[in-house]
Write a protein that binds this ligand. Structure first.
Ligand code: F6R
Length: 611
């Protein structure tokens, strides 16, 4: 999705903006631009280019061409209007004196455009953002903040905005509603950014803007205002991870680095939460009375986080005997969900900014549910709007396709299920102890899987030229297949579907023909025999079967499947967490062999902040 960086200080702004934007490239974008004050002429210099940031950077010689100490920059992911130089941001007003960078969508832009056109304001782009620049100029009478305030009263939608005005060379105005924006506090300088990675090289002290807030950035500091223009105090928090964590560190791709980082991320996530054989959550609590009265659990998420929820449903229902529904963030609001004060709503999001998930959270809150979120990005919108938060502590995830966030979310949700089962008395003490101990074994077992990655690379070389791949499995293996299939299709562009094995014969099996690749998942011990019979079924129709099972079942599986990937034996609760790793590696190597842009797959964005 779009990225924003803004800087005002004493150093040359453009190189800082371009470097900051390069840190946001991972989010996915199709064009880039910067606007800076030109002190000599008293105007704004705006430069934009379709395509990679490098195109813009080359045009500006890395920013050296722009002599200015304040400006804003943007990477755009097209929504209104195709990717082009003219539709890129910053968008400027008719006089060129107001420039705006924008993340989000202005919902009533057509109505505002009609109004402005009727006032004789000409438009040059197809974007919703140009409306914002034109409207601010329309209201501008010498006080930028007042003009922004008046414009905001007319604007509906989601926005993070960075605004420059040629008349105010010593300030940048920032605004946030439903789209993240961070303030950065430096020595003699101030920053805005849509993601902390863009400014971490310059400052670790950041402030999170709340919805409806405005900020005026100067070289001396930042003043925030609420939607009524009343000054608000904002405390800075210090980011405690290093910029190296968001760099490739010698790996060819972020995705591969993040796959390899999973054991460490799991140790960070799990070790503090399991002590002397007990599951301990210091960061949150749900009373025994609350748990006993809980009538149902909703899990709400999108994409891979939703797949975590699909696995979590099986675990939670088995361990707590409470009904669990898993809902897509984009569907939840429209399903008339049955939520009241006895409903626990578990919201899962790596970024903590996914708009559909956030909208579902707000709907659940409106209905009276208790919101517990599982989030990676500290201080993100979803984390801040939840009643309670469990952080995954996976570290920054840069590759668009999630890996370490998925496994830490899944481990944490599984741990939560075990903790709840123990509190409710619905899990035996014996199972509780055995499972709690298994969580501590998980990182080591995952290292074993990763150390055997050459075998998976070989399998990828055998199958990378297939056009269509099916993932099949039952119960936990079905939920795992959903994620394996998504991982493969999103980065390799191979058409792939995941099916509950039992459903095949109700239609899908007609697609299986000589040579079709079926990835058959058979890690769930209780349903191993069923998995085998489904494999026989597809083989009888000519499919090639690549199976995934546990080491204990390898030999049996090898008698039927064409090729077998294995994971170490471990408590059933954790097998999906382990089982996803070979599927991630398979997807990665297949995409590598097909020459795909692994970290930035086409059309995708890291954090989806539009509906
Ligand atoms: C797929 C992927 C996406 C995200 C989804 C939700 O690899 O990363 O499907 O899982 O966009 O994102 P978050 O978890 O940030 O809400």
């Amino acid at each position: 999705m779009c990225g924003i960086v803004g800087y005002i200080g004493k150093e040359q702004a453009a190189p800082i903006l371009l470097e900051g934007l390069s840190r946001l490239e991972y989010r996915g974008y199709d064009s880039a631009g910067v606007a800076v004050f030109d002190g000599m002429s008293g105007t704004l210099a705006v430069h934009k280019a379709k395509g990679r940031l490098q195109v813009l950077s080359d045009q500006l010689h890395g920013g050296a061409d722009l002599n200015s100490t304040a400006g804003v920059g943007h990477t755009r992911w097209a929504t209104h209007g195709a990717p082009s130089d003219v539709n890129s941001h910053p968008q400027v007003s008719r006089s060129g004196r107001i420039a705006v960078v924008h993340n989000g969508i202005i919902e009533n832009y057509a109505e505002l455009k009609t109004f402005l056109l009727a006032q004789g304001v000409p438009f040059t782009s197809e974007t919703d953002t140009e409306v914002v620049a034109q409207l601010i100029e329309y209201f501008y009478e010498g006080d930028l903040l007042a003009a922004v305030g008046r414009a905001l009263r007319r604007i509906q939608g989601a926005y993070a905005l960075g605004i420059l005005c040629a008349d105010c060379p010593d300030q940048i105005v920032a605004v946030r509603k439903d789209s993240p924006l961070i303030l950065g506090y430096g020595e003699g300088c101030s920053f805005i950014a849509s993601d902390v990675t863009a400014i971490l090289r310059h400052t670790r002290r950041v402030g999170y803007m709340e919805d409806g807030e405005l900020a005026v950035l100067t070289r001396e500091g930042i003043q925030c205002y609420d939607h009524l223009m009343q000054p608000v105090r904002k405390d800075a928090v210090t980011i405690d991870w290093e910029i190296d964590a968001a760099e490739k560190g010698g790996y060819e791709h972020f995705m591969f680095k993040e796959i390899m980082e999973q054991p460490e991320a799991l140790r960070r996530c799990l070790s503090p939460r399991i002590r002397q054989g007990e599951v301990v959550f210091e960061d949150f609590a749900l009373s025994e009375e609350y748990l006993a009265a809980m009538n149902r659990i909703y899990i709400v998420a999108c994409g891979s986080s939703y797949h975590v929820g699909m696995v979590g449903k099986y675990h939670l229902e088995r361990l707590t005997r409470k009904p669990v529904e898993v809902a897509l963030g984009s569907e939840f609001r429209y399903m008339d969900p049955i939520v009241d004060e006895h409903t626990l709503v578990i919201v899962i999001s790596q970024s903590g900014e996914t708009l559909d998930t956030m909208a579902a959270l707000r709907e659940a809150r409106r209905l009276g549910g208790h919101i517990l979120s599982i989030v990676n990005v500290v201080g993100s919108s979803i984390a801040r709007e939840s009643d309670q938060v469990l952080y995954t502590w996976a570290g920054p995830e840069i590759a668009v396709a999630t890996t370490k966030a998925y496994t830490t979310q899944l481990a944490l949700l599984s741990l939560l299920a075990l903790w709840m089962g123990n509190r409710l008395g619905t899990v035996s003490q014996e199972e509780y102890r055995r499972a709690a101990a298994a969580f501590l074994e998980l990182p080591g077992k995952m290292e074993e899987v990763l150390s055997r990655r050459d075998g998976i690379q070989y399998l990828a070389s055998q199958y990378f030229n297939h056009d269509s791949i099916f993932f099949i499995g039952r119960n936990l293996d079905y939920a795992l297949g959903l994620e394996g299939s998504l991982k493969l299709k999103e980065i390799s562009y191979i058409h792939s579907e995941a099916y509950a094995s039992g459903e095949l014969k109700h239609g899908t099996i007609s697609l299986i023909e000589e040579g079709t690749l079926v990835v058959a998942l058979g890690t769930y011990e209780a349903l191993f025999a069923k998995a085998m019979s489904n494999i026989v079924e597809v083989k009888a129709r000519g499919a090639s079967v690549l199976a995934l099972t546990t080491q204990g079942r390898r030999e049996e599986m090898a008698q039927t499947a064409d090729a077998v990937m294995t994971i170490p034996d471990l408590h059933q609760l954790l097998l999906p967490c382990l089982g996803v790793v070979p599927l991630q590696l398979f997807a990665y190597y297949v995409a590598l062999m097909r020459g795909c842009d692994i970290d930035k797959p086409r059309n995708l964005a890291k954090s989806v902040t539009v509906e």
